[in-house]
Write a protein that binds this ligand. Structure first.
Ligand code: ATP
Length: 146
């Protein structure tokens, strides 16, 4: 399947903007259309999971950025929330893993989202990473070969 990843991000962001009063800002630093070959529903699920988490684990605006660099499509989802301690950053991609179970319990969730996202990204020969600082926020980065 040929998927215009820019249009897909735009549509997913719009869906969230309609459902939430939170500020969700999409910035495209690249060209208008970038075509990836992959599964549209699965790619949408990755973007959905990352934005959903950013909204769940922060209270301020969420920023979604798109860029193309070195034959890679690069998607960043940034929040200004609690952040994730370095010691936990590798484990958040494990199935059922949740940071600080007492605190995350109020936000609901199973701890499956990021493991699903990671698996989908891998299936598309991509890479999913996190940069996060406690007290400042988190940025999840997805890179797909074009
Ligand atoms: P579900 O997948 O059902 O929504 P979940 O959000 O707990 O549940 P994951 O998406 O796999 O599951 O995330 C795992 C854990 O990583 C979360 O419980 C949370 O502790 C942490 N986490 C994920 N995204 C963020 C974020 N943007 N900021 C801070 N912590 C995060």
């Amino acid at each position: 399947e040929q998927v215009d990843i820019v249009a897909l991000i735009e549509e997913t962001v719009t869906t969230f903007q309609r459902a939430y009063t939170r500020e969700i800002i999409f910035t495209n630093h690249a060209v208008d259309a970038v075509i990836l070959s992959g599964n549209r529903d699965q790619l949408e699920q990755v973007i959905y999971i990352l934005i959903d988490n950013a909204l769940k684990y922060s209270e301020e605006r969420v920023e979604v950025d798109f860029d193309v660099w070195d034959k890679l499509a690069i998607i960043k989802v940034r929040d200004y929330g609690a952040g994730i301690p370095e010691s936990e950053q590798a484990r958040i991609f494990d199935r059922f893993y949740r940071v600080d179970k007492a605190r995350s319990r109020d936000t609901g969730g199973t701890g499956l989202g990021l493991s699903i996202a990671k698996a989908i990204v891998k299936e598309h020969q991509g890479e999913l990473t996190v940069q996060s600082t406690v007290g400042e926020g988190s940025t999840f980065t997805v890179k797909f070969p074009i």
